[in-house]
Structure formats: structure tokens, C-alpha cells
Design a protein around this ligand. Structure first.
Ligand code: KG4
Ligand code: ZN
Length: 383
């Protein structure tokens, strides 16, 4: 590593993946800067949580504690670097399960204090978007370790983060200036996938299980209605949440249809597949409708759409996105849709390009339409 290069460590422990990454950033005088991924370590805990049908916070925190030190050691070894090479240490500081967040963030504080590297508190939900913006086509087989251009983000941008805990539609003017357009009134989109999967007797996480079952199902057999679709955004539209999402009614409709089948006798595999396909098609249609409405209503011409979070891994969603819009749609690469530390390191890179670090709010301040994160806070977030 030359003296001018930066080495950024990313740590992610907000939920049920323990992850550590290292990225190197090179300044190229007179040309576009570049970055490369040196290591990407992910340990998934899903097996520990499957018997419970969802993430158990206490198990998650203890598992992070057991796994993280070795993951970090292996990461440095694979990258051929040592902690003393670090210039920045970035960790998820919220939102997330607080016990889990504390494990990673406290570890990062220790790394920063021991090495003098700058500590960067990262908002997990924003970080999901970083790979969509910086490397939507990223392919681990060919690009890990290769220098890639550090592309400049394009604004104004519509961003949608759909994960197990969040459903957030914003209009972005910088990495830290984001106008809230819509969030969920009840369940997050991924959470609804997980709950419907549980109802259908599928494992956790539910999203991939629903998606593969839906491939064998008929999405038109059960005609579930589109959530909040009376009027532009229905009677739930509020100035602080003009394009609201809702998944609990849809989830209940699937439950009622399932109960009706149970009453008639045994629920067959084909019934489950049709329920999965019907649910998936309406859940995704709801996301697509809100994106279209946001685009129609935007006062300034939107130059890009960015999609991220675990649900962005859904192939039916990805196909719909590619068909629908005429402006560029950047979707997080499949391997970086679920929780990972590379997105945390990349978000730190976006922050540093933009000026500074970001306050790790557990929840967005929904009461205000336009907010700017304060630049200096480094406190761990809470749920
Ligand atoms: O972003 P993520 O890994 O973790 C959170 O920050 O929540 O998202 C996990 C969520 C889970 O609810 C999971 O069921 C959902 O993303 N998910 C999917 C798919 N893969 C993961 N949902 C729909 N289709 C998928 N293929
Ligand atoms: Zn996430």
C-alpha cells in the first residue's frame, strides 16, 4: 500500500450476519479515484435462528461475540494487511438489535483506539444503497481485488431500501440529504415475506423460500388486493409519509386464504405454491406502484433510481424494475443485497467523499420531511 492510499475496514453486526470487509482507496491525481475490495468475510447465523422462525436477539449478540474476532483476523490475513495499515474503521451503529450492534461497534471502537484509524459510525439502512450506487454489476469471481473507478453518485435520486426491518422510499440530494417519501405503516416488506413463509411452513429467512416456491405457483389463483390502493395512496397518505406502504393486510389475506383451504381439507403443495406466488406478485406490485408514483410526483427530474436491501435479491422484483422505468435503475448486486460489511465500508467511502461521518439514527425523524444528519455524532444507535 502506498502512503496516499486509504484502507477502510467495515464491520456489520446489526442483525444475524457477522461480517468484516477491507477496501482500499487510491487517489489518482487528474483522474477518477479508484477502490478495490480486499476481503469480504460473512458468517450467517440463520441456522441458529431457524428453529425459532425469526431472529432471537440474545442468540444473535452472543454469536457475533463468538465469531467476530476470528473473522477479522482471517480478513486481514487474506488481504495481506495488518490493523496498523488502517486509516478508517467503519461500523454499523444503528439501526439494529442493540445487543448485536454493540458487539460490532464496540469492537470497531477498540480497533480505532488501538490503531489511530478514524472511527466512522454508519447508518445501516443508508449503507444498503452504497453497493447499488458504486458497483451495481459487482461480480466477486472477477472483480474482488481489482481496481474499480470510484463513480460519482448522481442526484436527484429515488432510493428504495426494502429489508427485513425497513421499507424506506426517499428522494436523495446527497448521501446525507434525503427527503422521506414513504415508509411502512406496519410490517417491513422482508418481514412480511418472513411471516408468510412461516405460515406456509417454510424456513427462515422467508424471502428466498417464498421466491423459489412461487416459481411453481400461479400468481393469479388468489386475487389479493393491492395494499392502500384506494385513491393515489389511499386515506393513509400524510404529509410526513406521502407514499405509505403496508403489508399487514396482504399478510392477513394470505392467512385467511390458508385457513379456508385448511377448512376444506389438507393444504397441498400446489396450494402453498399458489399462495406464495399470489403474495409475492402483490407485494412487489405494491413496491412498483409506489416507485412510479414517486417518479410522477417528483418536482425535480429524477436522474437515477437505486434499490437495495434483502428484498432487492428477489428476481421477480429485479425483472419488474428492469421492464418498467426509462431512467437508469441501479440495483444492489445480488451478493451484496443481504447484510454485509462491504456495504458499510463503501458507505464510509461515500461519507468521506461528501465531507464527514453521519449520525447513526435508529429511526429516521419522520416528523420532518427534509433532514440533514449532523456530521459529528459517533454514538451507537438503539432500536
Ligand atoms: O437487508 P437484510 O439482509 O437484513 C435486514 O437489514 O433486515 O434483509 C433481510 C430480509 C429478510 O426479511 C429476507 O426474507 C428478505 O430480506 N429477503 C428476500 C429475499 N432474500 C432476502 N425477500 C424476498 N425475496 C428474496 N429473494
Ligand atoms: Zn439490512
Amino acid at each position: 500500500m502506498t502512503n496516499s492510499n486509504r484502507l477502510i475496514a467495515g464491520l456489520e453486526t446489526s442483525c444475524d450476519e457477522t461480517s468484516f470487509s477491507l477496501i482500499e482507496v487510491k487517489t489518482n491525481p487528474g483522474a477518477t479515484d479508484s477502490w478495490r475490495l480486499l476481503c469480504h468475510e460473512v458468517h450467517t447465523q440463520s441456522e441458529s435462528h431457524t428453529p425459532f422462525g425469526g431472529v432471537v436477539p440474545e442468540i444473535a449478540a452472543r454469536d457475533h461475540l463468538a465469531v467476530l474476532p476470528d473473522l477479522v483476523r482471517n480478513g486481514f490475513k487474506k488481504a495481506g494487511r495488518t490493523p496498523s495499515d488502517l486509516t478508517d474503521v467503519a461500523a454499523t451503529a444503528g439501526p439494529g438489535l442493540i445487543g448485536a450492534v454493540m458487539v460490532g461497534y464496540t469492537y470497531a471502537q477498540g480497533l480505532s483506539q488501538a490503531t489511530g484509524a478514524r472511527l466512522r459510525a454508519i447508518n445501516h439502512v443508508d449503507a444498503h444503497l452504497a453497493p447499488a450506487i458504486l458497483c451495481p454489476q459487482f461480480d466477486f469471481r472477477t472483480e474482488q481485488g481489482s481496481w474499480l473507478p470510484l463513480v460519482k453518485p448522481v442526484y436527484p435520486r429515488l432510493s428504495l431500501t426494502v429489508s427485513g426491518g425497513h421499507c424506506l422510499l426517499t428522494e436523495d440530494h446527497s448521501p446525507v440529504q434525503r427527503r422521506l417519501l414513504g415508509t411502512t405503516l406496519d410490517d417491513a416488506c422482508g418481514e412480511a415475506f418472513d411471516k408468510v413463509a412461516k405460515l406456509l411452513g417454510l424456513g427462515y429467512p422467508g424471502g428466498p423460500a417464498i421466491e423459489s416456491l412461487a416459481l411453481r405457483g400461479d400468481p393469479t389463483r388468489f386475487r389479493f388486493s393491492l395494499p392502500l390502493s384506494t385513491g393515489p395512496a389511499g386515506k393513509h397518505e400524510r404529509p410526513s409519509n406521502p407514499l405509505p406502504f403496508s403489508f399487514s393486510g396482504l399478510k392477513t389475506s394470505v392467512l385467511r386464504a390458508f385457513e379456508a383451504l385448511e377448512k376444506q381439507g389438507q393444504v397441498r403443495d400446489i396450494d402453498r405454491a399458489d399462495l406464495a406466488a399470489g403474495f409475492q406478485s402483490v407485494a412487489i406490485a405494491h413496491l412498483m406502484e409506489r416507485l412510479s408514483q414517486a417518479l410522477e410526483r417528483s418536482p425535480a427530474p429524477v436522474r437515477q433510481i437505486a434499490i437495495a436491501g434483502g428484498v432487492a435479491a428477489n428476481n421477480h422484483f429485479r425483472a419488474e424494475l428492469k421492464k418498467r422505468f426509462s431512467i437508469p435503475v441501479q440495483i444492489a448486486p445480488l451478493a451484496l443485497c443481504s447484510d454485509n460489511a462491504t456495504m458499510i465500508a463503501l458507505q464510509a467511502l461515500l461519507h468521506s467523499e461528501d465531507g464527514d461521518s453521519q449520525a447513526p439514527f435508529a429511526r429516521y425523524p419522520f416528523s420532518t420531511l427534509l433532514w440533514e444528519f449532523s456530521a459529528k455524532s459517533h454514538q451507537p444507535g438503539s432500536t
